[in-house]
Design a protein around this ligand. Structure first.
Ligand code: ADP
Length: 236
């Protein structure tokens, strides 16, 4: 579990959030930060206010993807105040990345602060449960499906009574930067099958698009700039 995106009424006031979406997968590198970032941008385009809580404790990358690296969070009486990433103050972000002095600094948490992935999951689910409606967006890649990590994540949701909004298959095929054609390098359709097997909705496939990688590296708005990409329909 890495991020929770929701509509913020007031910064710092979880009770004012209308919807909380947990973006999770059970595996690193499948695109949780990417999908969370694009989801926040898509919601902003739809006129919503969004808060992102990046709980990737060891490799927080959302501050970079949203060009918020180096910004400072500060504390007030009720806790940490998130960073606004845009002038319109539509997207606010809290990330462990803001607590590091340098972006390449390692996060070393021991003992009660970090006991293992499932404890992080449980802690986040327990902390957010009172603020329903709470739902999980489960991200997979075609390869992750085959090794079962995402299946375990769905079992986690079931056991903890967490509603699954749906499954997204990311890095599903490769978009040629020259002709925009999408080629299936790995098998395709695993995410859909996984969703069917678990009895949860399948929300779509996002191909591997070099323009998306570049947009994230440069902190640009992919949805606005590349509507012709085969990755656009699901992300937007
Ligand atoms: P996670 O948060 O699950 O660890 P990330 O969102 O950081 O994964 O994605 C890992 C890497 O893959 C990042 O460099 C990101 O830019 C890239 N990436 C993720 N999804 C796509 C995609 N659909 N197309 C192109 N690059 C992608």
């Amino acid at each position: 579990m890495e991020e929770a995106a929701g509509e913020f009424a007031e910064p710092g006031n979880l009770a004012g959030i209308q919807h909380i979406i947990l973006v999770l997968s059970g595996k690193g590198g499948v695109g949780k930060s990417t999908i969370s970032t694009e989801l926040a941008l898509a919601l902003r385009h739809a006129g919503k206010k969004v808060g992102i809580l990046d709980v990737d404790l060891c490799g927080p990358s959302i501050p970079r993807m949203l060009r918020a690296e180096g910004k400072a969070v500060h504390q007030c009486d009720s806790g940490w105040v998130p960073v606004f990433v845009d002038q319109e103050q539509s997207i606010s972000l809290m990330s462990v990345g803001f607590l590091l002095e340098r972006p390449d600094e390692a996060v070393v948490w021991r003992g009660p602060k970090k006991n293992g992935t499932s404890d992080e999951h449980m802690a986040a689910v327990d902390a957010l449960r009172p603020y329903s409606p709470l739902g999980a967006l489960v991200i997979t890649t075609p390869q992750a499906v085959s090794v079962g990590d995402v299946r375990r994540e769905l079992t986690f949701c079931k056991k903890t009574g967490l509603r699954v909004i749906g499954v997204v298959e990311n890095m599903s095929g490769f978009v040629c930067p020259h002709c925009n054609e999408c080629t299936n390098i790995f098998s395709r359709g695993g995410g859909e099958e996984l969703a069917r097997h678990a009895g949860v909705p399948f929300l779509g496939s996002v191909p591997l698009d070099p323009e998306l990688t570049r947009s994230l590296e440069e902190g640009r708005d992919f949805i606005q700039e590349f509507p012709q990409s085969p990755a656009f329909p699901v992300l937007a």
